[in-house]
Write a protein that binds this ligand. Structure first.
Ligand code: SF4
Length: 366
């Protein structure tokens, strides 16, 4: 990394954080208010707990904390394990595993590696702006491809276009699923809710680029915010834009408010939309999910709009069946855990709508 001039600490000086493997902490004028903590990690692959219903077994997160600063982010809580807070620290104290490619290559080379699906983009966006400087993703994609390991990437970052040739090459050898998160079409609201993210238009261009490259992008149209983005008009514009851009799949779902995200989101709501706070308190109560009635109502609205834009519900395809997977998990970015979370594909012919019996209320991912 080329930010030597701005380093705050190194092995010879006091570390700012008690992080395992901390090499140095860095600030740079390009990222005002942000501190990068560069660490040497001991492992790159994280195993998802066995009892999890996540659609994959392994994750890779080259960074912790996220510059995209989404007020609803579920991963906020994970920053507390680092003795950092789940609010402003999550947005500005970014841990970067600078040796992750080298460590990953060693892990993938083990005879015991079973080539199970690996998900990227679960706790931090791998294509946030800092990736432009650290350039960790090309090595990660190449290592997974060479190890014949199927993988998925979920992002809000148009920087992914830099790696399109690598993704196309990877898709010729292993199963590759690319998801783009896009839930807000009003740029002003989007900047309030996700202040560090690229504008909706940039993400639509990314979807188009992925579609043109033949990568059949999934679009995660989540979260839908009650009273803010659940109108017919907003969802209509969103689904129309996704269909127009070439999105192959779209998943729509209501906001979840799990601990960590809940406090931060409600604080934001109180500042920007104080009139909505009592309504959210009724809708969510003390739980993490909107009421069943609301989710069913939203699912009905989504179904109707989906038909209007040529999306037809069906179970997501599993291109990678039998491709080095021992877990039976598909790895696709579809989270059918909420009646308002609907996976749809334009023109698909097999209607398989989500049912109440499918509700497991597992955590969703970003
Ligand atoms: S939701 Fe995703 S993009 Fe947004 S802050 Fe969390 S990890 Fe980053």
């Amino acid at each position: 990394m080329r930010w030597d001039g701005q380093k705050l600490s190194d092995g010879a000086g006091p570390a700012l954080l008690p992080l395992n493997g901390l090499v140095r902490s860095v600030r740079t004028p390009e990222f005002e208010g942000v501190t990068f903590h560069e660490v040497l990690c001991k492992s790159a692959l994280n195993r998802v707990p066995k009892n999890s219903t996540m659609p994959f077994t392994w994750t890779i997160n080259p960074t912790r904390g996220c510059l995209h600063q989404c007020v609803y982010c579920f991963a906020r809580k994970t920053h507390e394990y680092l003795d950092l807070d789940s609010g402003a620290d999550f947005d500005s104290q970014i841990v970067v595993k600078t040796n992750i490619v080298e460590v990953l290559r060693a892990e993938l080379a083990r005879p015991s590696w079973a080539r199970e699906h690996v998900a990227l983009g679960t706790n931090s966006d791998p294509y946030m702006r800092a990736e432009g400087r650290y350039e960790l993703m090309p090595g990660i994609l190449e290592a997974l491809t060479e190890a014949r390991t199927p993988f998925s990437v979920l992002t809000k970052g148009p920087l992914l276009r830099r790696d399109l040739p690598l993704l196309v090459r990877a898709a010729q050898r292993v199963s590759v699923d690319v998801g783009v998160s896009l839930a807000f079409m009003d740029p002003e609201l989007q900047q309030r809710v996700e202040p560090g993210t690229p504008k909706p238009a940039a993400r639509l261009q990314l979807i188009r680029a992925l579609a043109d490259a033949g990568l059949e992008p999934t679009v995660m149209a989540m979260p839908v915010l009650p009273w803010l983005t659940d109108s017919d008009e907003h969802l209509d514009v969103l689904m129309g834009a996704v269909a127009e851009a070439g999105g192959a799949w779209v998943t729509v779902g209501a906001l979840h408010l799990r601990p960590g995200a809940r406090e931060w989101f409600l604080g934001w709501l109180g500042r920007d939309y104080p009139d909505l706070v009592p309504k959210y308190e009724v809708l969510y109560g003390r739980g993490s999910y909107a009421s069943a009635e609301y989710r069913e109502w939203l699912a009905g609205r989504v179904r109707r709009l989906r038909r209007r834009h040529g999306f037809t519900e069906r179970a997501p395809r599993d291109r990678a069946a039998g491709e080095g997977r021992s877990s039976g998990k598909s790895g696709r970015w579809s989270l059918r855990n909420d009646p308002a979370e609907v996976t749809a594909r334009p023109g698909a012919a097999e209607p398989v709508g989500p049912t109440l019996s499918e509700l497991s209320m597992q955590p969703a991912l970003f």
